[in-house]
Write a protein that binds this ligand. Structure first.
Ligand code: ZN
Length: 574
């Protein structure tokens, strides 16, 4: 007997040495929920714990039923490949009831706890996870009582007594941290898995890290804070992350693309999301980038680790690997949440009109991509909208408002924008943002732009030779004195902005282009296309039609200069 013990001890020692080579310098946990109906055989090296979903309180309230027992045995067998893997039975899940009745009396509660111990023994499990959604609540169609919170504590006590100290007892909790009296039961629990997902339906994000206009009820960071406040110590707290998307059609297992939708990244909420052609949120999810950032949050806040629902199939592989890389393999997150270069210098708002003519929409989409790339490293944060906000307070959150081919339509939005500019707001307008004719009915716009209404245009869009009129301005300082801008439609205004003493013209169409156009021809006339009205912090750029706008390095430099000047340059110069 003694000899055998010695052998066990020395092989344990060997395993530690060998194990050291492959796994775990860190002590974070990664909990993967694996469902009874899934078919994939999980890779047991990418997590530390498997929670098998699900078992249920039985009909007589005194025991537990396990779904698909062969599947559970198959998962326990994975320990042969990873001896450190822990496998727990999760009891409950959305719509799984009878907790309230079971927990209400000593006899049923003790019998249930004893039966959980029986299941742990029988299947060689490492513990029990209680996924009661939720004590005192019947929103999942289950029975509940006001006594549930108190009885939940008694249930934890009895489960701990039945399982003993060597087994794990964990629970899954609502994001808000409500319904459980943590101070009274936390000593019985090894970890608390926060279900920080399903926190919103379109048009809101279901698992944003931080609050913004795309979140409503809660965010992941708020869920973590709520649990800390409710009495869960950080060393028992596990952040939940979804490996699925939630959208207008329900549940999406494919999260890196969505047919017919545009993928966007929210700089404030630190999550990806998909919008339809009208700019409405169609599906919200996590991706490798947002999961990396969430894992970094776990590290920064010294939480116990991360949990995800659910293991899934090969479509979730990259997502699982990201979590494993950051939390278990100690790899730096590919997109750190906080680092020295990540100090937000300003906030920008981009406004576009997805239902404008298609050549304008094409430009707008490429412009959003272009400016998104400029935000690399999170040096600035931006939001995207399809209408100008009608609240001055909202506008004031931004250092610059970039209007692509759109301008404020409603009276309220126009008033807010006027006030924003009069009070020192920043504006960059492209192409259609200055289009106004006798129907526009907005005299302020003309004095703001410093020019008259639309006079004429060239058609079709075509490249044009342009004159850079001054080298004494930050926007044009590093540009050649002439260059050819990519194909665009250009608007000529009357009177010309040059007639306005407050206007400084920076770039104009060279007269050498005349006659410019084929169908619509501009034959003559002063033709400024980039200017600033010195009364305001603004610059207008006439380009912005079609999909050629971002193919020319010189023009890109002009756009970048303009953006830089409005957001930073004027401040730096003072
Ligand atoms: Zn146009």
């Amino acid at each position: 007997m003694k000899r055998k013990l010695q052998w066990v001890l020395s092989s344990l020692f060997l395993m530690l040495i060998v194990g050291n080579l492959t796994v775990l310098a860190n002590e974070y946990v990664v909990v993967a929920y694996v469902t009874s109906h899934s078919k994939t055989n999980p890779d047991p090296t990418v997590m530390t714990h498997i929670n098998y979903a699900f078992g249920h309180v039985n009909k007589s309230f005194n025991g537990v039923n396990v779904e698909n027992e062969p599947r559970l045995r198959q998962l326990v067998d994975l320990k042969k490949q990873n001896p450190r893997l822990k496998v727990l039975l999760s009891v409950g899940g959305w719509g799984s009831g009878r907790f309230s009745e079971m927990a209400a009396t000593d006899s049923t509660r003790l019998a249930f706890a004893k039966d959980c111990q029986r299941v742990v023994e029988q299947f060689r499990l490492d513990g029990i996870d209680i996924d009661w959604e939720y004590p005192t609540q019947s929103s999942a169609g289950i029975s509940s009582s006001r006594e549930d919170t108190r009885n939940f504590t008694l249930l934890m006590r009895d489960l701990r007594n039945a399982l003993g100290e060597s087994k794990l007892l964990t629970c899954a909790t609502v994001a808000s941290g409500e319904y459980i009296d943590f101070p009274s039961c936390i000593s019985y629990l090894d970890m608390v898995n926060v279900m920080s997902y399903d926190m919103g339906n379109p048009p809101y994000h279901h698992t944003a890290l931080y609050p913004s206009e795309i979140t409503k009820w809660m965010t992941t960071s708020e869920a973590i804070e709520a649990h800390l406040k409710a009495g869960v110590p950080h060393e028992k707290l596990v952040m939940g992350m979804p490996l699925y998307g939630r959208g207008v059609k329900g549940y999406y297992l494919q999260v890196d693309s969505l047919e017919g939708a545009t993928k966007l990244w929210h700089e404030q909420s630190m999550v990806p999301y998909f919008v339809d052609k009208d700019g409405n949120l169609e599906m919200s999810c996590d991706n490798e980038r947002s999961l990396g950032i969430k894992c970094q949050y776990i590290i920064d806040h010294q939480l116990l680790g991360g949990m995800y629902w659910e293991y899934g199939d090969e479509r979730q592989e990259k997502l699982r690997n990201t979590i494993c890389d950051v939390l278990l393999r100690g790899k730096p997150t590919p997109y750190p949440a906080d680092y020295a270069g990540n100090r937000v210098r300003f906030n920008a708002l981009f406004i576009w009109n997805p239902s404008a003519e298609s050549a304008h929409v094409e430009f707008d989409k490429q412009a959003l991509q272009f400016f998104h790339k400029l935000s690399y490293g999170d040096g600035f944060r931006y939001d995207t909208r399809t209408e100008c906000p009608s609240s001055l307070d909202t506008l004031k959150k931004y250092d610059v408002v970039v209007m692509l081919n759109t301008l404020p339509q409603s009276k309220q939005a126009r008033k807010a924008f006027e006030a924003y500019m009069e009070q020192g707001g920043g504006w960059i307008g492209f192409h259609g943002s200055a289009y106004n004719d006798k129907h526009t009915d907005w005299p302020w716009l003309n004095q703001f732009l410093g020019c008259g209404t639309f006079l004429c245009n060239n058609w079709p869009p075509q490249p044009a030779l342009v004159d850079v009129e001054t080298k004494h301005h930050p926007v044009t300082r590093n540009l050649p004195s002439q260059f050819v801008v990519p194909a665009s439609e250009f608007y000529q205004f009357s009177p010309s902005p040059r007639a306005n003493e407050n206007v400084e013209v920076l770039v104009s169409i060279s007269p050498k282009n005349y006659p410019l156009g084929i169908k619509d021809i501009v034959n003559f006339g002063d033709f400024p296309i980039v200017w600033t009205n010195k009364q305001y912090r603004m610059i207008y750029l006439n380009m912005g039609h079609g999909d050629d706008a971002f193919i020319d390095a010189t023009q890109n430099l002009l756009f970048t200069n303009a953006f830089r000047w409005i957001t930073l340059g004027q401040k730096e110069e003072k």
